[in-house]
Design a protein around this ligand. Structure first.
Ligand code: ADP
Ligand code: MG
Length: 448
């Protein structure tokens, strides 16, 4: 059973960003299964709630894949085990997952940078050339020409990698530079905790004073979080007026971030905005080559070409695929050859009969809005849920042409509800509502 969990962890490592994996998944301990219930131990209750809301589905999915023919668990039972709590941290503001990081080098621990993400192992190609050049410029003279730097692009295309590389570069030139690297998700959590614990002054001091470089990853997480946006706006201004460099990443360009305050959007646009696109074939091959060398995986040219042709959308998936093949080769005691790669990758290869389903669309929408499928299908009518639900209905109708009664069943709603949702979104699109267009674009891209 432990083996299944182990494989699921490898799988999760491929699916989630490094930061998320280390923060939320690594500290978990598996106590096995009982029936179809997976038993996990967690450091504290806060953990359980957060994971349950955000990562439950992906954990269960990974277990499903890792278990092979065995029936995968369908639910998770949490048990708090305080001994999993890492040593007390001298910084009182840190949230529990942050404390759980342990595998960092001394220098990186101080800054939270990931030592694996550097300029020297970033493969440059036409798709990321601009973002790379801007990042190098920021790394060598922070707070000067490109301030703020805004990098946007789809998941797994190297935004976090570039951000960390900038951090290392700044630190190399100025070892005592104070660098804050964090995701907008963590900023939000810390802010909420600071409010709850009445430590807001401490929080502000941490972000607004004495910080030379602020690297804020995945800013789209702030969508609709008004109070956190307000806080970030003031943080931004405070740093900007001290000529401190600010770097922000997002999955879409500034105007397309859903529910983001106009004044923040205009701040983001005031500096340098650079995009990262999906890498071309040559770049994908170069990335595979580098990764294989780093991991001591033997990979012939023909296999490399085959993988690079099969996995197009993002670098994380490309790396994940390589690791999967390497694990399989290891288990079977055979080399990664073309036949083996073809057989293993057959399910992911594009084929005519792999069409998008209602559920695919629902999942893509949930992913975009950080919702659970059960919330999307629930009866709740708050805007944060009702809007994604309507949008999902619209996309299903638009892309799949499914009948209204059938969509009603798929969403556990009356068919008239679906009909009016589709009408409403159609109208908003005709009015060129920017929020609707932004969400639609991002989700369509994910489905493509
Ligand atoms: P994002 O933050 O855009 O979702 P990441 O920076 O986390 O993506 O990148 C995902 C993975 O792909 C990381 O392991 C990263 O090192 C790798 N990667 C992405 N782009 C490149 C590149 N151009 N060269 C080498 N590795 C890359
Ligand atoms: Mg990232």
């Amino acid at each position: 059973m432990n083996e299944v969990w182990h494989r699921a962890l490898t799988n999760l490592r491929g699916r989630l960003s490094e930061d998320i994996f280390e923060s939320w998944i690594e500290p978990l301990r598996c106590d096995g299964f009982s029936g179809d219930v997976l038993k996990l131990r967690i450091p504290n209750r806060f953990y359980g709630e957060w994971i349950n809301t955000h990562y439950r589905d992906v954990i269960l999915e990974a277990l499903g894949e890792a278990g092979g023919d065995e029936t995968p668990p369908t639910s998770i039972e949490w048990e708090v085990d305080a001994s999993l709590m890492p040593r007390p941290d001298p910084t009182p503001l840190r949230t529990p997952p942050d404390r759980a990081r342990s595998s960092r080098t001394a220098c990186a621990a101080r800054t939270d940078l990931n030592p694996k993400y550097r300029f020297d192992n970033f493969v440059v190609g036409p798709s990321n050339q601009l973002a790379h050049a801007a990042s190098v410029a920021v790394g060598s003279s922070p707070g000067r020409r490109y301030n703020p730097l805004f990098i946007y692009g789809g998941v797994g295309l190297g935004k976090t990698h570039l951000m960390n590389a900038m951090g290392h570069e700044v630190l190399r030139a100025k070892p005592d530079a104070h660098i804050l690297y964090l995701s907008a998700e963590r900023f939000t959590n810390e802010f909420i905790q600071a409010l709850q614990n009445r430590r807001i002054e401490e929080f502000r001091a941490r972000y607004r004073q004495g910080c030379d470089l602020l690297l804020m990853d995945d800013i789209q997480f702030l969508a609709g979080r008004d109070q956190t946006q307000e806080e970030f706006f003031h943080t931004f201004n405070a740093l900007y007026h001290q000529d401190k460099q600010i770097v922000v990443t997002s999955d879409v360009y500034p105007q397309r971030i859903a529910e983001m305050e106009e004044r923040l959007v205009s701040r983001f646009q005031s500096g340098m905005v650079a995009d990262i696109q999906a890498p071309e074939l040559e770049t994908r091959m170069a990335i595979l080559q580098q990764k294989a060398e780093n991991e001591n995986i033997e990979l012939d040219q023909d296999v490399r070409l085959f993988i690079a042709q099969a996995v197009k959308s993002n670098v994380r998936e490309l790396e994940g695929t390589l690791i999967r093949l390497a694990v399989k080769a290891d288990l079977l005691g055979c080399p990664i050859d073309l036949a083996m790669a073809q057989e293993t990758l057959a399910p992911i290869l594009p084929s005519a009969d792999r069409v998008t389903s209602v559920e695919d669309i629902q999942r893509a929408v949930c992913h975009y809005f950080s919702l659970r499928l059960s919330e999307l299908k629930s009866k709740r009518r708050t805007r944060t849920i009702a809007f994604p639900r309507m949008l999902a209905m619209y996309i299903c109708r638009d892309r799949l042409g499914t009948s209204y009664p059938e969509l009603g069943r798929g969403f556990e709603k009356d068919h008239t509800t679906v009909l009016s949702a589709v009408r409403k979104i159609t109208r908003q699109l005709e009015d060129e509502d920017p929020q609707v267009m932004a969400a639609l674009n991002a989700i369509e891209r994910k489905l493509a």
